[in-house]
Structure formats: C-alpha cells, structure tokens
Ligand binder design. Structure first.
Ligand SMILES: [Zn+2]
Length: 128
C-alpha cells in the first residue's frame, strides 16, 4: 500500500494529533479517502488533492513518512525527550500492532488505550 495512504489511515487513529481545527473538513475527507482505498479504489488523485489543500495534515503525514517505522511524531517525541533510554530497555512505545491483511502498522501510546481496528477495512490488528 502507498505510504501516504498508510499515514492517512494512521491519522484516523490519532485524530487529536493529526487534525487541526483550522482544517475542519480534513478528518471527514481523510475518512472518505481511506474508505475508498479499503475497497480497492485508486486514490492517488484524491490523496494528492487532500494533502495539497490541508497543510497541517500534510505536515503531519510528512513527519510520519520521515520515520523509517512510520511512527506518529507525538510518540517519537515521547521516546526521545528527557531521559536517556536504559541500556537494553525496549522502546517505551514499542507496542506495535500490525494488520495481517495489508501491513498497516499502529503504535499503542499506553496500555490504557484500546487497540483500534485497521482503518483499511476493519481487520483486527495483531501485536507484532
Ligand atoms: Zn488492514
């Protein structure tokens, strides 16, 4: 799957971080694009249009794509801010979940956060 599309699916699972009130239609448009991709439609044109017209979302997607693991920027900050990682300690946000159908990856911010279903068709995510 296209990485931009993956990042948009990820945006739906972190709406507080990925969307800004200055772009009130971005959430709905993203949901529409992701739903279209989930049923196999070619979404390259609408994805491009969505990102071109929504700079806040575009920047968030850009930050996700910058990371080799496609982690959301707010969770990467949590990892690198402040404390030195303990030697041999696992990445504190490393609870990674993957969709067995399409490879969508999701990172669980804390044990209190329920694991969502895959935005690309509602598949159950599995702990990686
Ligand atoms: Zn999936």
């Amino acid at each position: 799957m296209d990485h931009k599309l993956m990042a948009l699916g990820l945006a739906l699972t972190y709406p507080d971080q990925a969307f800004d009130e200055a772009e009130p239609d971005a959430h709905d448009l993203t949901r529409t694009v992701v739903a279209a991709a989930a049923v196999g439609q070619d979404t390259s044109e609408p994805v491009g249009r969505l990102l071109t017209t929504h700079p806040y979302l575009n920047e968030w997607v850009h930050l996700v794509l910058e990371d080799v693991d496609m982690r959301p920027p707010h969770l990467r900050n949590a990892v690198t801010r402040g404390h030195e990682p303990l030697l041999g300690d696992a990445d504190p946000i490393a609870e990674r979940y993957v969709c067995p159908v399409d490879g969508f990856s999701w990172y669980r911010p804390s044990a209190a956060r329920p694991v969502p279903s895959c935005p690309f068709g509602g598949h159950a995510l599995q702990k990686a």
